[in-house]
Ligand binder design. Structure first.
Ligand code: URA
Length: 247
């Protein structure tokens, strides 16, 4: 193992330790195929930026169209209290999409999802399966901060969710992770109890969808059991990504 790979592995194990995970399950290497890649190198089938499309590729063009359609949105009351719209961040051609609930105070200030405390934990969750924040895409159900971080209301979700659907169609990720009850319920079109739904792979229009705990919930209920549950869910996501990768 090279010094760089060793360093990456050490950092990865440190992340896991911070998550409270002290044992790791190595991914099985299917017979006749190369062993699973080291952290940070999940396979990608996506076209290179610029291949056959605009300067950033098809996903970026389609995402830009969704953003343009959203405009300076006033479709629901959340627009009145926002500093700015928090559209989404990451690779427009990402294989993995995380969907949260809605921007908090820090996200509203910076214009980027998951940059507060929950975001720091989300970054660690992403790193726990060998990826970086800029290799995935992160979006929310609602794009404007609900006042006092209250739950988004059904009419607000209804007004905003077409834009999330547009984002998913633009990115066409291989796997979606729904963070918490609101993301899972909105994407699955049914009332979800996240404690029961988490860990069971569902689908959004044929794309595997994994419901798991929201990092803000995890911060509030930072038990070994919950951290292990989230890590197990993410390992299953990593397996889904690897299975759907190039042979
Ligand atoms: N919680 C969310 O659901 N989304 C964010 O962007 C930040 C915190």
């Amino acid at each position: 193992m090279s010094a760089a790979a060793r360093q990456a592995l050490l950092e990865h194990l440190r992340y896991l330790h911070e998550l409270g995970i002290d044992a790791v399950r190595l991914p099985a290497a299917p017979a006749g195929r190369a062993p699973a890649a080291a952290p940070g190198s999940l396979p990608s089938h996506r076209e290179e930026p610029g291949e056959g499309h605009g300067p950033l590729g098809a996903g970026a063009d389609a995402l830009a169209a969704v953003r343009q359609e959203l405009g300076d949105c006033t479709r629901c009351r959340l627009s009145a209290g926002r500093t700015q719209i928090v559209f989404g961040v990451g690779d427009p051609q990402a294989d993995l999409l995380f969907v949260g609930e809605g921007p908090g105070q820090e996200e509203d200030r910076q214009g980027e999802p998951f940059v507060g405390r929950a975001g720091q934990l989300l970054d660690k969750m992403i790193a726990s399966i060998g990826l970086r924040r800029d290799q995935v895409y992160i979006a929310n159900i609602v794009k404007c901060r609900p006042p006092q971080n209250r739950n988004p209301q059904p009419d607000e979700i209804a007004a905003c969710s077409p834009f999330l659907m547009g984002q998913i169609e633009a990115i066409r990720p291989r796997v979606i992770v729904a963070l918490g009850k609101f993301a899972a319920s909105t994407l699955l079109g049914e009332e979800i109890a996240i404690t029961r739904a988490r860990g069971r792979v569902r689908a959004w229009q044929g794309i595997p969808l994994m419901p798991t705990f929201h990092p803000a919930y995890l911060l509030r209920q930072y038990t070994r059991e919950n951290r292990q549950a989230v890590y197990d869910d993410l390992l299953a996501v990593r397996d889904l990504l690897q299975k759907s990768g190039p042979a």
